[in-house]
Design a protein around this ligand. Structure first.
Ligand code: GLN
Length: 277
């Protein structure tokens, strides 16, 4: 097939296969097929390409698999991340969490990322802020293997370790920043999510318990024990959780509680400082 026909072909195939987001998904898969070089369609439109690999990717998408698990990579904060079914696909909304911390102008902070998953938050912070050290934990050994690869592929040094934060009693390090995008969806809601999320992304990365808050309750308590005086906590939250998570932060002795909205206007990030005295 000629390059100039590839994108339209992919769109049509996905559309016929019943994929709602066929345009953006076609772009994503064709871009990966062309090794990120969509401009080659314009530069060499008459070049003949064998599309059998693209066809398999399109078939996989039509069978329900999310694009990112097909190509096994995704961009986050303009960096490349490898993903597998063991990690949540990094979301664009989560970039706000990283950007919010970047804007704080912290000098050589020591940072802990809890529930790191693919490592996207820890790696991006390590890349864009001059950190004294970045540590990151997750309950899943398989997620940590992916996160390690992502740190090394992006040329940063993050110290990953296995920990179940809900039971954690590791209070031996002190940090300037504790950041987390924990699982925060209510159990009943997880079961009602679209198949593309519910059937493919790791359940443990989504389920925040009956009220969606169990990780925030533990992390707020944990962070106050490991933050240096005045240290920063930064949390991604669900669109309807600002009031409840604010309450949790207040009752744990945090101040300067600040809410940030994402590009769609939804409540998305809360930051706060643990009191100095
Ligand atoms: N911190 C990772 C991310 O933001 C994983 C989050 C999770 O597993 N809930 O994508």
């Amino acid at each position: 097939m000629k390059l100039r026909e590839v994108l339209r072909y992919a769109e049509q195939k996905l559309k016929d296969g019943g994929i709602k987001e066929y345009k953006s998904d076609a772009r994503f898969l064709v871009s990966d097929f062309l090794k990120g070089d969509l401009s080659s369609i314009i530069i060499t439109p008459s070049k003949e390409v064998d599309i059998s690999e693209l066809d398999s990717a399109l078939d996989a998408r039509i069978s329900g698999i999310p694009c990112q698990y097909i190509t096994k990579n995704v961009q986050f904060m303009s960096l490349e991340f490898e993903v597998s079914k063991d990690v949540l696909i990094p979301r664009q909304d989560t970039e706000l969490l990283v950007e919010t911390i970047m804007k704080m102008g912290l000098k050589n902070p020591e940072v802990l990322d809890i529930c790191t998953g693919s490592g996207c938050v820890a790696v991006a912070l390590s890349k864009y802020i001059n950190c004294k050290c970045v540590r990151a934990c997750d309950i899943s050994e398989k997620a940590l293997e992916i996160a390690e690869k992502n740190a090394s592929n992006n040329g940063v040094n993050v110290e990953f370790y296995q920990d179940d934060i809900l039971k954690s009693e590791k209070y031996n390090f002190k940090y300037d920043v504790v950041v987390s995008n924990p699982p925060y969806i209510e159990t009943d809601v997880v079961l009602k999510l679209d198949s593309i999320v519910k059937d493919y992304e790791p359940y443990i990365a989504l389920d925040g318990g009956q009220d969606g808050l169990k990780f925030y309750i533990k992390i707020a308590d944990y962070a106050k024990k490991v933050l240096k005086k005045g240290g920063l906590i930064a949390l991604e939250i669900g669109y309807n959780q600002a009031d409840k998570v604010t309450e949790i932060l207040k009752s744990n002795g945090y101040e300067n509680i600040t809410l940030y909205k994402d590009l769609s206007g939804n409540d998305r990030v809360l930051t706060a400082n643990i009191k100095k005295f």
